[in-house]
Design a protein around this ligand. Structure first.
Ligand code: HEC
Length: 108
């Protein structure tokens, strides 16, 4: 009986945690870290240009703009998991910002 109670409580806790995660960045979270070549194969030039505009317009509101070449693709990927929800970007826009940053990132 005690065991059952514990597992119900644990189960509820997990359900609540999962429910609270920000949905907008789920795609970003689940994407593997892509390198420059993979990004260039996946996104067109105009999509990457759009990513730059989205970055300029949305990522310098709370702090100074952080230049793409200051971080490696891996570092950008980790940072964006936190920053895309902050900037309230949808999945598509988030991916375009990520594409722009990775293409122009510091060599890993
Ligand atoms: C709502 C405010 C807000 C917005 C919008 C925002 N940031 Fe941030 N950013 C922060 C805060 C607060 C920190 C410091 C705390 C932290 O690192 O989580 C930070 C830290 C950072 C850092 C340094 C930490 C690291 O991991 O390297 C980078 C780089 C960054 N932001 C990039 C971005 C990008 C790119 C965007 C656009 C997608 C963005 N930020 C949008 C608030 C914001």
């Amino acid at each position: 009986m005690k065991k059952l109670k514990t597992s119900i409580i644990v189960g509820l806790g997990v359900a609540m945690l999962v429910g609270c995660f920000p949905k907008a960045s789920e795609v970003i979270r689940s994407l593997p870290v892509e390198n420059k070549e993979q990004i260039l194969a996946k996104y067109s030039e105009s999509e990457i240009a759009e990513g730059k505009v989205l970055f300029t317009n949305n990522c310098a509101k709370c702090h100074k703009q952080k230049e793409p070449e200051t971080r490696t693709p891996e570092q950008w990927n980790n940072t964006l998991k936190r920053m895309i929800p902050k900037a309230k970007l949808n999945d598509r826009d988030g991916q375009l910002v990520r594409a722009y940053l990775i293409v122009n990132a510091k060599e890993a």
